[in-house]
Design a protein around this ligand. Structure first.
Ligand code: AMP
Length: 398
């Protein structure tokens, strides 16, 4: 089967056409600045270079039409016609408490996702626009929604409730949901596979360290705790997000700066994290590692604070599971950034991780970093959220 995987943002649309039988990516790309001046589609056929075409896209329906045009193009295309797309898998951000798994998209499902909009006001409406656009362009093709929050629906109450009056959970469903679920699920599964073990017999901590970052404790195959919360702002220090804060800071800064609480939250989302800590230098871990090596103290402090927070969470989740067998690093920095992994390694050695500094130099590959016989296996497992979405889509439409 050919599955078109769609990840829709408010002004962007990422896509991959995946052949699920061979599990290969046939083509992928990105539509940017949809509805804004200067919109463009960047398309890449497997094994070939990227082709960027600047073209006005008034809305997401235009974008989906251009995606189909590229996929069926005589030169850069990979299929002859729309008929060769068997299903569409949509990355969905927030499923609230309504979705503990993926599902075939129906009118009913769309209504339920709409009811979760206020939990993810930036992401969910964009996901729904993507669904509507695909429905318009390919009405007969079945579609599946794969939710970032679904894998974490197994968390027990003690992990997902905040220490707030219970009525806010009752009335507004204020609780921890967690994100990157597709990645945490995929990576913990793959780690068990690599180790030749059943995930149900393992205690795994997955560190998804991208620009957005989260950590999950996966016990016996289920998420039992995760660092992101009601929104993706909680938990680790990230590229531009602050992660955990004393909530009183929000109104304190708002009063001092004469801005609204919402403006402070925007700063926490977009101008904080390692970007903020490095004095606005960069949110990119490559830049920071290079600057730190060249004596930039703020960059060094940002990386230290980042690694320290990851280490603290690993300690906490070891307690949450009463032990840990496997620690996985994944996503951009987790897969590629040896400096960041080495810094984190300084805080978790007490567990018996024994990270080998030579093996730790490897970038972007599956590798066991610990010496043989280490008490806790530390490894790199590249994530592949699109492949996970394609697999779920096939499972549900077949
Ligand atoms: P993601 O959000 O998963 O794309 O991750 C983005 C982060 O991964 C950025 O901070 C990058 O600096 C980091 N990253 C991506 N590729 C590399 C690389 N080859 N070496 C070091 N860091 C990388």
């Amino acid at each position: 089967m050919n599955v078109l995987v769609i990840n829709c943002g408010s002004s962007s649309l990422k896509y991959q056409l995946i052949n699920s039988d061979s599990e290969t990516v046939l083509a992928k790309g990105l539509c940017e600045r949809i509805g804004i001046d200067g919109s463009a589609i960047t398309h890449q056929k497997a094994g070939e270079g990227k082709v960027k075409t600047e073209i006005p896209m008034a809305n997401h329906t235009d974008a989906v039409n251009f995606v189909i045009e590229k996929l069926t193009d005589a030169e850069v295309g990979v299929i002859k016609s729309l008929d060769e797309i068997d299903a569409v898998g949509h990355r969905m951000v927030h499923g609230g408490e309504e979705f503990a798994g993926s599902c075939v998209i129906t009118e009913e499902v769309i209504k339920v996702v709409e009811s979760c909009n206020d939990l993810a006001p930036l992401h969910n409406p964009a996901n729904l626009i993507g669904i509507a656009a695909c429905k318009e362009v390919m009405p007969e093709v079945p579609m599946v929604g794969v939710f970032d929050t679904a894998f974490h629906q197994t968390m027990p109450k003690k992990a997902y409730l905040y220490g707030l009056p219970y009525e806010y959970y009752d009335k507004y469903k204020v609780r921890r949901y967690g994100f990157h679920g597709t990645s945490h699920d995929f990576v913990s599964n793959r780690a068990a596979e690599i180790l030749g073990k059943d995930r149900k017999d393992l205690k795994i901590i997955v560190c998804h360290l991208g620009n957005g970052a989260s950590i999950t404790a996966v016990k016996n195959g289920e998420s039992v705790d995760t660092s992101m919360g009601l929104t993706p702002l909680e938990g680790l220090i990230m590229g531009t997000r602050s992660g955990d804060l004393d909530p009183a800071i929000v109104t304190f800064i708002a009063e001092k700066e004469g801005i609204t609480a919402q403006e402070v939250i925007d700063i926490c989302n977009k101008k904080s994290g390692v970007l903020g800590l490095s004095g606005g230098f960069s949110s990119d871990f490559r830049d920071l590692a290079e600057a730190a090596a060249n004596g930039n103290d703020m960059a060094k402090t940002a990386l230290d604070a980042y690694a320290y927070r990851v280490g603290k969470y690993i300690g906490a989740y070891t307690a949450a599971m009463n032990g840990v067998d496997v620690i996985c690093f994944t996503a951009g920095a987790g897969e590629n950034n040896a400096e960041v992994r080495a810094l984190i390694g300084q805080y978790i050695g007490f567990l018996g991780t024994n990270i080998d500094s030579e093996k730790n130099k490897v970038r972007g590959e599956e590798i066991i970093l610990s010496d043989e016989g280490s008490k806790v296996v530390t490894m790199v497992v590249p994530t592949d959220e699109e492949m996970a979405i394609a697999r779920e889509t096939v499972r549900l439409v077949k």
